[in-house]
Design a protein around this ligand. Structure first.
Ligand code: PRP
Ligand code: URA
Length: 207
């Protein structure tokens, strides 16, 4: 089974609480998504390989270290877009490829509506989606990223339900999952409890 890393950090608890609060405005909500995405990025990048780069400081030459992998970010539209800039701040040379899914409100199944991938996949792909609820959107996205040819795939979510984690781990045991918090479960409409409501609508002010 794939590993699950739940961030356990006072900063995560603090920013997650402000994110969840129904009184948080879209403006602050976006800032909180961004802050939490930075904290996720710190964890998910821990084992990225480095190569030596010779530079000269103002005082002397030295062998520095820089990232050696081709890194791809795949935000799942729409809500994943809210995490993208945070990752790009830390990984400014990363490639951004897109997948569009929405959940059919009746069947709760993910429906694909957009895909933009290059001819060759990056060395490592970070899938970005703040919400991992039933896990349908994440599992389908990972299927498509595997068909693209990527093998090192990592899932980054802000809040997950146990059901979604179980589904992704079962279907994709090779994909590690990084989350800020794992919540109690899902309601009848497959919303995460206590959750934060609809992440896409809160990011884009389309409630
Ligand atoms: C949300 C969320 C995930 C999906 C999670 O997207 O951003 O993509 O639901 O649910 P699942 O794990 O049950 O598949 P939504 O369909 O609301 O689209 P949006 O991002 O455009 O709001
Ligand atoms: N998508 C969301 O945005 N929120 C949930 O709780 C579940 C799916």
């Amino acid at each position: 089974m794939g590993t699950v890393t739940e961030l356990n950090h006072p900063l995560v608890q603090h920013h997650l609480t402000h994110l969840r609060d129904s009184r948080t405005s879209p403006h602050i909500f976006r800032a909180q998504v961004r802050r939490l995405a930075i904290l996720l990025a710190e964890q998910v990048c821990r084992d990225l390989p480095l190569k030596t780069k010779q530079i000269e400081t103002p005082l002397e030459p030295m062998d520095g270290k820089v990232l050696s992998s081709r890194i791809g970010l795949v935000p799942i539209l729409r809500a994943g877009l809210g995490m993208t800039d945070a990752l790009l701040d830390l990984l400014p040379t990363a490639e951004v490829w897109h997948l569009g899914f929405y959940r059919d409100e009746e069947t709760l199944q993910p429906v694909e509506y957009y895909q933009k991938f290059s001819s060759s996949p990056p060395d490592v792909v970070f899938v970005l989606d703040p919400m991992l609820a039933t896990g349908g959107s994440a599992s389908e996205s990972i299927n498509m990223i595997k068909k693209w040819g990527a093998s090192d795939i990592r899932m980054l979510s802000i809040i997950a339900a146990p059901e979604g984690i179980a589904r992704v781990r079962k279907k994709h045991p090779d994909v590690p999952i990084f989350v800020c918090g794992i919540d109690r479960g899902l309601n009848n409409a497959a919303y995460i409890l206590p959750g934060l409501g609809d992440a896409g609508d809160r990011i884009f002010n389309t409630l």
